[in-house]
Design a protein around this ligand. Structure first.
Ligand code: HH2
Length: 270
């Protein structure tokens, strides 16, 4: 999943693709480099970010989604939003799925995706971007994520969503410490016990800077690839990435090595 931030203030690429022609060009590039989905977002959810008004978020994303569909890039479109109103208008404009970092925080989101029959990514976030990094302590980090995602997935099933349309994401960087993010990646196998497809977003994130000392997010490609590869070998099947060509290459190889890991995993589990 290639990231297309149509925002002035995203943490690593804010302002780069903020006009429809630039956004469209970047979507076409990512499709060419092997992205299967492009994730269009009009609100930064970096730590400390303030919410963007619905009309402004729509003004940013809708023309881009329409242009991608008009140009027939052959890539599926995901709308990265926490708001059902934005998601509804994005689906009308041609989006195929919803990526909800609030994990069904808007009570209208579940009825919407259930009625439209589209897939949804349910991500775990404790708190809201504005305050989520103020306290990142947990009694049992992975246990809390498992319980929260399991409960949200059950809620979705009760709303007639089938398992192939529910993707779960532990929310790397959303209300977690740097070491907490590494812990989640080390224990991704236990999130697999929920039996749903797992998505992961590690690209350029600050835990990589914390581990390596690299402060510029644009220089964190190698760390991003290491984390994405580890996630795929542990069972993630969707990876959200800024650097699509390099990520595709790493994951094609990681994916080819997956059967060995699968048998190791099964042997350990059994
Ligand atoms: N991370 C970001 C945004 N959306 N969605 C999912 N499902 N998982 C993630 O890990 C995730 C996400 C943050 O990254 P980015 O879009 O590059 O930054 P910003 O929020 O500043 O726009």
């Amino acid at each position: 999943m290639g990231i297309l931030n149509v925002t002035p203030d995203s943490f690593s690429d804010g302002g780069l693709f903020a006009t429809p022609p630039r956004a469209l060009r970047h979507a076409a590039e990512m499709a060419e480099q092997g992205a299967e989905i492009v994730d269009v977002g009009g609100e930064s959810t970096r730590p400390g970010a303030e919410a963007v008004p619905v009309e402004e978020e729509c003004r940013r994303v809708l023309p881009v989604i329409e242009a991608i569909q008009r140009e027939r890039l052959g890539i599926r479109v995901s709308i990265d939003t926490r708001r059902a109103d934005v998601a509804a208008r994005a689906l009308d404009a041609g989006a195929d799925m919803v990526n909800d970092v609030s994990g069904l925080g808007d009570p209208q989101m579940l009825p919407l995706v259930a009625a439209r029959g589209c897939p949804i990514v349910i991500m775990h976030m404790r708190g809201r971007p504005r305050d989520m990094q103020l306290d990142t302590r947990y009694v049992d980090l992975v246990g809390e994520i498992l319980a929260a995602l399991g409960e949200r997935a059950d809620q979705a099933r009760r709303a007639t969503m089938t398992d192939d349309r529910i993707v779960i994401d532990p929310g790397i960087g959303f209300g977690k410490s740097a070491t907490g993010n590494e812990e989640i990646l080390r224990q991704l196998g236990s999130i697999r016990t929920l039996g749903l497809p797992i998505m992961i977003g590690v690209s350029r994130k600050s835990f990589i800077g914390h581990r390596t000392g690299i402060r510029n997010p644009g220089q964190r490609l190698s760390g991003s690839l290491a984390a994405a590869t580890a996630a795929v070998l542990a069972g993630a099947c969707l990876v959200r990435a800024h650097d699509v060509g390099a990520t595709r290459q790493a994951l094609d190889v990681a994916d080819a090595l997956r059967p060995w890991v699968e048998s190791t995993y099964t042997a350990e589990a059994g």
